[in-house]
Design a protein around this ligand. Structure first.
Ligand code: FMN
Length: 323
């Protein structure tokens, strides 16, 4: 029997909320995760932070990702949020490159301290009764590609799986991804390793899997405004041609996304937060820049829908003229 390669949605702050994750699950993402949540803020009982951990039962299996650098605080934060939400696993962020985070010693700063990384994993593993996974980078910079060492420390601490974003902290998100360092992590540990970086099509998913020999793949930015990327990746991994999305389905997905987000958060919060997603959905479409500007001025769900409807029909007419 053919092996099912699990496809993960990459956690993305400001994007991968419950509505986004549910849509990705519907299109075939096997495992999703919350965006990074501050363990310190969880420990202080900050309500807004606790709300970041909200998920719908349909999203399972889901992980909650926490960040921080103090093993005691990470363990306590995980324990508190576990009691309230019961996620299927916890993930520890060791990849965030944002200066504010790194300056505090969190996120990818942990790549520079494998021993502390291992202690954090160990403390969280002891605190919660579900698996603990880790998301790391290739290393700090080209002179310090130590992902295998950090992965080994995490495995020794009890981590159940490692995601490797195959870029250094210094690179941020700039290409290229380094498949060799991801492959080296896969060779270094015996727990499952998930490859991540620059997947933007079914073909590139298959290539990264072949180059790294990993146990699964994670897709981040390409899923923003295109949750069907998971279906396309699955098709190509199964040796089928990639199905292209129709204009109808693209817009139907946008309407559903808006409805789901508004239902969960209310339109005052959901509509501004949808802007990045809507830009993504319109990527590559004729007149997208003009439409984006118009949409960015709307805060009312019905107005947004009306604008999108108008846009859809203008694109449809164009398609018919050329078809
Ligand atoms: C806007 C944005 C927010 C992100 N937030 C997180 C986060 O909260 N936690 C995390 O582990 N990674 C975060 N990432 C990194 C992604 O999960 C992923 O590792 C990265 O984008 C590489 O994958 P890709 O090339 O498929 O996008 C973020 C990336 C972006 C672009």
């Amino acid at each position: 029997m053919k092996q099912h390669t699990p496809l993960f949605l990459g956690p993305m702050a400001g994007y991968t909320d419950s509505a986004c994750r549910r849509l990705c699950r519907e299109y075939g993402a096997d495992i999703v995760c919350s965006e990074m949540i501050s363990a310190k803020a969880l420990c202080y009982g900050d309500n807004k932070t606790h709300e970041l951990a909200y998920f719908d039962p349909d999203e399972r299996p889901i992980g909650l990702q926490i960040f921080g650098n103090d093993p005691v605080c990470m363990a306590k934060g995980a324990e508190m949020v576990y009691e309230r939400y019961r996620p299927d696993f916890f993930d520890i962020n060791m990849g965030c490159p944002v200066p504010k985070i790194v300056k505090s010693g969190d996120g990818s700063a942990l790549m520079r301290d494998p021993a502390l990384a291992g202690q954090i994993v160990e403390a969280v593993v002891k605190a919660v009764p579900v698996p603990v996974t880790v998301k790391i980078r290739a290393g700090w910079d080209e002179s310090c590609l130590n992902a295998p060492e950090v992965a080994k420390a995490a495995e020794a601490g009890g981590a159940g799986r490692i995601v490797v974003h195959g870029k250094t902290r210094v690179q941020f998100y700039a290409p290229p991804v380094n498949p060799s360092i991801i492959a080296a992590v896969k060779q270094a540990v015996s727990i499952p390793v998930i490859a991540n970086g620059d997947i933007d099509s079914g073909e590139s998913a298959k290539t990264l899997l072949e180059q790294t020999g990993c146990d699964g793949l994670m897709i981040g930015r390409a899923a923003i405004g295109a949750p069907w990327i998971f279906k396309q990746a699955r098709e190509v991994l199964e040796g089928k041609p990639q199905t292209e999305i129709t204009l109808e389905e693209r817009f139907a997905c946008m309407y559903r996304h808006i409805d789901m987000a508004c239902e969960q958060k209310g339109q005052d919060i959901a509509i501004p937060a949808m802007r990045g997603h809507l830009s993504g959905y319109m990527r590559g479409l004729y007149g997208a820049a003009t439409m984006r500007n118009r949409l960015n001025q709307e805060n009312d769900k019905e107005q947004v829908r009306a604008l999108l409807k108008e846009y859809y029909f203008s694109l449809k007419n164009k398609e018919d003229d050329h078809g």
